[in-house]
Structure formats: structure tokens, C-alpha cells
Design a protein around this ligand. Sequence first.
Ligand SMILES: Cc1ncc(COP(=O)(O)O)c(C=O)c1O
Length: 290
Amino acid sequence: MLNLPQAPLQRLSLSWLHESGIDAAILRLDQIDPLVSGNKWFKLLEHLRLARQHQAPGLISLGGNHSNHLHALAAAGQRFGFKTAGLLRGNPQDTPTIRDLQAFGMHLHWLGYGGYRARNEPGFWAPWQARYPGWHCISEGGGGELGEKGCALIVEQARAQLANIGWDDYDAWWLAAGTGTTLAGLVQAEAAAHPVHGALAVPRGYGVEQNLSALTGYHLHDASRGGFAKVDPELLAFIDACERESGIPLEPVYTGKALLALKEKAGCFEPGTRLIFVHTGGLQGRRGFA
Ligand SMILES: Cc1ncc(COP(=O)(O)O)c(C=O)c1O
């Protein structure tokens, strides 16, 4: 029942990639499920298994008012029979994501900004565990070892489909990094066999480097363009052009920025490099930019 769906691996055809000689494929995690979409299925898998094993009545986690993570968690909870609670950054707001969370039956608690900043302090979870006894608590964005373990399966999914696109191997990965959990899963599964490039959706110093400090075999690139979730006309025009040319939907917070950072760094790859770009999903969050 908690079986991962298979993400299709496709050729990614864009003129600027051709011009730089990069042979690219895209792993469409956005297509695995209409609700539990993108890297979220992989990040939640081990949490759902553990919660099931412990017969936890519910799942609690944290996020912002456009959070892809809370969206997937609320949908997964509804589908697999767990209650859910979301601890939200800031003051009550009405966004398409929040409306979905309510429709999925998630209990919402707005922590303010100061309250949310305390999320990594010791003792943060104690009052929530008292309020929701036995519920399984998941750190922000589904980060941590369980999330990484699930994300390691992304590598298997791509490798199993290489022959479908006429490849016998590949040279590197490129994907967006927010907490670095997805990237860490790939790096661990690769065990240095292929480098993993992370395009930072957050500015340097937001903890990604720290989360990855025990690992080698990856490179981080600045991609946040002035801050998390900040958009600018060049980014939006680039997304629009790539969507028109490839037919693949993107969003501006993670996948659009990751692809634009790849374009900016394309000259660093040898012509003929076979690169797998991971579409990490997040399309529900696009509604926040409509
Ligand atoms: C669509 C999307 N892509 C990429 C990421 C970044 O993933 P991670 O936090 O594992 O680095 C996120 C955040 O979780 C996301 O929602």
C-alpha cells in the first residue's frame, strides 16, 4: 500500500542545452501522483512506514503557507488513514495551499514568526506531543535521515530506465536544494559513482551546507536569485520559454531556479555530458504566483 510510484525518465530537449552540448534527461517526479507529488513521496515514505509500524494516529509537521511538504503530508494522511496537523509560519493567511490543507482535514496552528523560529530548539516538540499523544513528528520539509533514505530510491528509478532513452550510463545529476535532503539521498545512493549538483533555492548559510557536511560527491550552486521564493522578470521569462519549448511545467521557487542555474553553469560541463535533471515537483505552489 505504501509503494512508491515510478517517475518517468524522459529526454529534455531545450535549445540552450543543445548549444552547450549537454545531453539532458529529466526525471519527472512531478508526474508520480496528482497530490503526493515530486520529491515529497520519497521524503515521506519512511515516515509513513514508521508511523504505520507504531500505529501512530496522526502526523505533525511544519511549513509556510505555500508549503509543498505540508500539502503532500495532508494528502498522504487523508489517503493512508492518518490524521494530520500542520504548524505554520506567520499569521493566518488564505492561500490555495491553505485551503487544500483544510480540505484534506489537516488541523492548522499558526505559530507567528517568532514561534516558528523556535522550531529547531530543544523542547520545541514537547507541547505538541502532549497535545497530540503518539503522533509522528516530522521536521520541517521532511528533512533528516528518514527523508534521505527515501530519496536514495530516486537513483534506482532513474537507472532502471536509462535504456528507454538510449543511454547506458550518465555523468551527473542536477536538482534543486532547499534543505538538501533530496540531494543527500542521491549522494548516498551514488556513493561517489556520479557527482550530484544542487542548485540552492535558499541563500548560502541557510543550513544546507551544514546538513550535508558529512557527505562528499556533490557540488552546490547559488540559484536563489536574491532570496527564497523571490521571483524576477528574467526568471519568469525563462520559465515561460522553457515550458513552451519542452512542454514541461515548472514553478519559480525550485525547479525554474534550478534550471536557470544550470543554464548559467552549462559552460562548465564538457560537451557530450549526460545529465539527469530531477523535476522535484512543487507545481501546486505555482498557484501562489498566479
Ligand atoms: C518542489 C521542491 N523541489 C525541491 C525541494 C527541495 O528539497 P530538499 O529540501 O530536499 O532540498 C523542495 C522542498 O522540499 C520542493 O518543494
